[in-house]
Design a protein around this ligand. Structure first.
Ligand SMILES: *Cc1c(COP(=O)(O)O)cnc(C)c1O
Length: 411
């Protein structure tokens, strides 16, 4: 008899997005002419930058020649991609990362879900609440938690509430925890970590021999150059942090698939007998065993995002989404809604009006405004009473959505 991994049964029946999809489908079947505007799922909408497309075409043609054909690539990525990563994402901000500390992959969702494999079964996990669900669910699947309570909080995970009082960027926990997942700029709250916040986390991790998993999928959306893009901008982070970056949001690669993870060589974990082991070696072993590199064509596309034209064009895409975010902030703010985020991230975190629950607000917006947003409670118990509005759409749709949301709750 093939026993299943029963940990999977602890997961909440519906992942958030399928449930949203189900409700939107039911609504549009009942109202086939409703002009629905989707500001729900965090997916980009603009087409790929011309420099990226040109590089992909060129790489495909190269693959069709005897001299330019590429089979399996180097496990951690081609130098033509690793070098601009190190140069533009780190050295440009005075951070030294070597190319062999960078592991190119097909997505940060995968990386942030897989990274837990290199840690012991007994490691205690902390997440900010609300959170990107992957961090929690992958630890549930791995058996590091007990059952979920009525609010969806799993026994054995430390949840750090992100609230208006802490600017949606909680500091380190008082409880003993070995691994903490941080995401800045944050999905779903749209908040961004200050240097002081990250300094507190790094000091905590070093003092407690803990590891920070820092997800910087949205770093390109940071508007204030003084804010940290990388956790390695904080002194001492090389000894306590793993960082993840993705081309998905910054260059429209959600359907192309390319990301990377940085594991500094100084970073170690402990065996039960107290021997120190480099996490770099473990992740390298895992990567080599379970992954066969990102396609040559895609890595060429990612490298093109760092060319002068690629940087200019992708920056324009980010600016377009951030202008959408500004429209949402201004339009809804002027109408009296209580809003957070959207200044350094493509998400607005809106307090639900009239004390509605997140799902009741979702239903009101769908039925009356024909706007799809994402219920905050779907990202964690502390997201209750909020709704996430994404800036990934056309300007026209965003402007129309502002009017409809305002009118739905007017009076
Ligand atoms: C979109 C997103 C990612 C990126 O995932 P990919 O698999 O690289 O597309 C990672 N983390 C968070 C929090 C995200 O919202």
């Amino acid at each position: 008899m093939a026993h299943i991994n029963e940990n999977f049964r602890k997961l909440q029946a519906g992942y958030l997005f399928p449930e949203i999809g189900r409700r939107v489908k039911a609504f549009s079947e009942a109202n086939p002419n409703a002009p629905i505007i989707r500001l729900g799922i965090g997916d980009v909408t603009l087409p790929l930058a011309p420099a990226v497309v040109a590089a992909m075409h060129e790489a495909v043609d190269e693959m069709g020649t005897a001299a330019g054909f590429h089979g399996y690539g180097p496990e951690n990525g081609y130098d033509f991609l690793l070098e601009p990563i190190v140069e533009h994402d780190f050295r440009a901000r005075s951070v030294e990362i070597s190319t062999d500390e960078v592991f190119v992959s097909d997505g940060s969702k995968q990386d942030s879900g897989n990274i837990q494999e290199i840690f012991g079964q007994d490691c205690r996990i902390a997440v900010t609440d609300p959170t990107y669900p992957v961090y929690v669910d992958t630890n549930v699947m791995a058996g590091r938690t007990g059952e979920a309570d009525e609010q969806g909080r799993f026994e054995g995970i430390v949840y750090l509430p992100s609230t208006a009082e802490n600017d949606f960027m909680p500091g380190p926990p008082d409880q003993t925890v070995e691994i903490a997942y941080l995401c800045s700029p944050n999905n779903p709250t749209g908040a961004v970590a200050s240097r002081e916040n990250l300094e507190a986390w790094v000091a905590w991790a070093r003092k407690n021999d803990a590891v920070i998993i820092f997800d910087a999928a949205y770093d390109a959306f940071i508007q204030d150059p003084a804010l940290p893009h990388s956790i390695y901008e904080i002194e001492g982070a090389r000894e306590c942090a793993i960082e993840m970056r993705s081309f998905s949001k910054r260059a429209g690669f959600t359907g192309v698939r390319c990301a990377y993870t940085v594991v500094p060589k100084e970073l170690t974990g402990s065996t039960l007998s107290g021997e120190r082991v480099a996490l770099h070696d473990l992740w390298s072993r895992r990567h080599a065993t379970k992954f066969n590199s990102v396609s040559f064509v895609v890595q060429r596309a990612a490298a093109a995002a760092y060319s002068p034209e690629g940087r200019k064009q992708t920056a324009e895409q980010v600016a377009y989404y951030m202008a959408n975010a500004a429209q949402l902030r201004e339009g809804l703010g002027a109408a009296g809604f209580k809003l957070f985020g959207g200044e350094h991230a493509p998400y607005i975190w809106m307090q639900t009006p009239a004390g509605l629950s997140s799902w009741d607000c979702f239903d009101r917006l769908l039925n009356d405004a024909n706007v799809v947003a994402t219920p905050g409670s779907g990202f964690g118990a502390s997201g209750e009473g909020y709704i996430r509005i994404s800036a990934f759409n056309s300007r026209e749709n965003v402007e129309e959505a502002v009017v409809r949301i305002r009118d739905t709750f007017a009076g």
